[in-house]
Write a protein that binds this ligand. Sequence first.
Ligand SMILES: [Zn+2]
Length: 146
Amino acid sequence: MKTSNGYIVQPMNTDIRTEKPLSHDLILGFKGLCPSCGKGKMFGTFLKISDHCPECHEELHHHRADDLPAYYVILIVGHIIVTAALVVETHFHPEYWVHMALWLPLTVILSLLLLQPIKGAVAALQWRMGMHGFKKAKQLRDEKGY
Ligand SMILES: [Zn+2]
């Protein structure tokens, strides 16, 4: 807008996006918290994501994580266990039964510990990116500016 003295005055930008970084939403999902409010629990049971957030009622049933969390768990746990097994074998040369007693339970425990957090992060990523049924929620967030 141009004033009578020739200065150009621009209105203050009240539409400043307060978008949080992607890592923020991924961390919330990793912790099993709703990526929208960060307070409600995302999981109803061990691997079942609730239909809605109990706090903000954000629809969470649109996620399509499918096999991606399992793939990431296999990738991460495989790298940890194989590396550890090779290091132990190289330095200590234990009997094979020691390897079996160590790495089999560790593989199961690590897989169970990582599966839910990684599924939460994948669902949060889909929510953030507006994938699948999250498209409408993302459009609403974009219109509101957050
Ligand atoms: Zn929520």
